[in-house]
Write a protein that binds this ligand. Structure first.
Ligand code: G3P
Length: 217
């Protein structure tokens, strides 16, 4: 399973990259705003900085909601850097734009997926990735992991190559359960990645090894 980090924070991206397990980055307009990045020139420059830190795919989201606007914005984003993936919303014009970009060989990520029907449409439009929002479904008492499992089954039934990018991952158990289901990618905060390191027996075991080493030297 690929690990993407879901942030526009350069320090966090660099930390995950330095750990050696990072496969890419996802961003959205809310994450950009959280870092105080506003205005299209600043946003484009920030995407370039992210691409310079990470080796894998970097999802950059359009803010247009009409086909022509999405195509114009998406082409400008794709031209920025070869690692850019054009992120499009799951609305009718987003599906049309996804088909347009996939026909041109430009990578896409269809976002705001909350049903297996939407996942099916994204795959039919040739999306490279599609992002079901696991945590936001859990937030409203709906089983997000059940949706991921359903999409996995549908995609496997027909050999769709669109990658399931489980998004809105909030914690380590989301990561582990996504891996059990066979999600292709997960994207979450840095804590959902570094949290996987933690085990008290690792901490106490290492302390004992070091203590015993010192006794013998
Ligand atoms: O990648 C989608 C993600 O940014 C949404 O996460 O935690 O805002 O639901 P969250």
């Amino acid at each position: 399973m690929k690990f993407f980090i879901d942030t526009a924070n350069l320090d966090e991206i660099a930390e995950a990259q330095a750990l050696g397990v990072l496969d890419g980055v996802t961003t959205n307009p809310s994450l950009m705003a959280k870092e105080g990045i506003t205005g299209s020139d600043n946003i484009l420059a920030h995407y370039k900085r992210i691409c310079e830190i990470v080796e894998g795919d970097v999802s950059a989201e359009v803010i247009s909601t009409d086909f022509e606007g999405m195509v114009k914005e998406g082409e400008a984003l794709a031209a920025l850097h070869p690692q850019i993936v054009v992120k499009l919303p799951m609305i009718a014009d987003g599906v049309k734009a996804c088909k347009y970009f996939s026909d041109k060989g430009i990578k896409t990520n269809v976002t705001l997926i909350f049903s297996s029907g939407q996942a099916l449409l994204a795959a039919k439009a040739g999306a490279t990735y599609m992002s079901p929002f696991l945590g936001r479904l859990d937030d409203i008492s709906t089983d997000g992991l059940q949706l991921i499992a359903e999409i996995r089954q549908i995609y496997d039934n027909y050999g769709f190559e669109t990658q399931i990018l489980s998004a809105s991952v909030r914690n380590t158990m989301h990561v582990i359960n996504c891996a059990k289901i066979g999600s292709d990618v997960m994207t979450g905060p840095l804590s959902s990645i570094t949290g996987l390191l933690k085990h008290p027996l690792t901490v106490s075991g290492l302390a004992k090894f070091l203590e015993d080493y010192k006794k013998g030297n």
